[in-house]
Design a protein around this ligand. Structure first.
Ligand SMILES: *Cc1c(COP(=O)(O)O)cnc(C)c1O
Length: 366
């Protein structure tokens, strides 16, 4: 059996350093925020090329806090609308809803599975922001999005939870918009050993608000300026993340090399491979293929012992939780939802496993 992702194997190389860091952590007694969080925040801001990084409890919280901070700054208010791709992961949409904002779903195009730029006409007056998810690890069309946002005076927020390190013209995911959210969920390209998230920004005022918001809205001892949250990046996770951050670029390179092999060697008319320009703009959090008769293909993978996942078989607007949006229909989004299969692509697959995945996929027939 080739697992979709073996998290134990992924973290095994860090076992010794994690144990040392844990012993120091235990002895030092500083379990909330503190030096470990400050150090990681500075390293991650540096990695992304932003002035500030604010660690949070999760990726979802990072997005929620961004919207709350904009409400405090007066740049957004309850009831404003946010443009986002119809195929975003549910967390992206939940954050918008939690903040009392309205998601405006935009159909995707089938190359990079992101907002179809041709459908972006003049936005309605209530639209104040655009939320771009770099889905599967590939940057959205940022130059066009930034130009569109400038023309219509929209805030640009990135959901970079799947794209740590993705780079376009020397700029990294998390540095294109005014703000960006990251998740350090264990499976992500930079994953913790539990929940964690972060916000990157170069807006000093916003960074101050965000630091306060994640910590009960506190601005000084016994002083609460905002109706805040408790969503701090865990100090132990910050220590682990600082260690793993050192290898993210190399691991992304390994992922890209594996994608190059898949794209060159998987040759099967029943399998549609993902589009990639071949630059550093894609860090292959996921390698998503499209297969028309998915049910039979999945049985075939089961039979051959190859792990897989689906990202994502139900678009957010079709979820029970969003039933007021159930009237919507986006044919390309739904086609992708009905045919997508994520096959194993990660830095701990062996050459033998990769060879086998390619062979099994090439031998699939109707
Ligand atoms: C993982 C993910 C999130 C949520 O992250 P959590 O840390 O689990 O809250 C949000 N958006 C996208 C696109 C993700 O992939």
């Amino acid at each position: 059996m080739i697992p979709f992702l073996d998290l134990k194997k992924l973290n095994a190389p860090y076992e010794d350093v994690f144990k040392t860091k844990f012993s120091e952590f235990l002895a030092n007694g500083n379990y909330i925020l503190g030096d470990a969080v400050v150090a990681f925040e500075s390293q991650f801001a540096n990695f992304c090329g932003t002035d500030y990084c604010i660690g949070t409890g999760s990726g979802l919280d990072a997005l929620r806090l961004i919207f709350e901070a904009y409400k405090i700054q007066g740049k957004l208010k309850k009831g404003d609308s946010v443009l986002l791709a119809a195929n975003s992961y549910i967390a992206t949409v939940l954050a918008v809803l939690h903040a009392g904002l309205k998601p405006v779903f935009v159909e995707i195009e089938s190359a990079i599975f992101n907002i179809d730029l041709e459908l972006l006409s003049k936005p309605e007056a209530s639209v104040k922001a655009i939320l771009i998810t770099h889905l599967y690890g590939q940057l959205g069309p940022m130059n066009a999005i930034l130009a569109y946002a400038k023309e219509h005076d929209l805030l640009v927020v990135e959901d970079a939870s799947q794209a740590h390190g993705a780079t376009l013209q020397e700029k990294k995911a998390g540095s294109f918009g005014e703000t960006a959210a990251f998740s350090f969920y264990p499976t992500k390209n930079l994953g913790a050993l539990g929940d964690g998230g972060a916000i990157t920004t170069s807006d000093a005022n916003l960074a101050t608000i965000l630091k306060s918001l994640r910590n009960y809205g506190r601005s000084a001892a016994h002083t609460n300026e905002y109706v805040g949250f408790n969503s701090r990046l865990d100090a132990l996770q910050a220590l682990f993340l600082s260690e793993k951050l050192k290898s993210v670029s190399a691991e992304n390179q390994t992922r890209q090399n594996l994608a190059i092999r898949y794209l060159a060697e998987i040759k099967n008319p029943l399998i549609k491979l993902p589009f990639w320009l071949g630059s550093a703009n894609h860090v292959f959090y996921l390698f998503v293929i499209l297969v028309k008769d998915r049910a039979s293909f999945l049985s075939y993978l089961d039979l051959n012992g190859i792990g897989y996942l689906l990202h994502y078989p139900v678009p957010p607007y079709q979820q029970q939780a969003l039933k007021s949006y159930a009237y919507l229909s986006f044919p390309i989004t739904e086609h992708v939802a009905n045919t997508c299969v994520s096959i194993p692509l990660n830095p701990v697959l062996s050459k033998l496993e990769i060879d086998r995945i390619i062979k099994v996929l090439n031998q699939y027939h109707a």
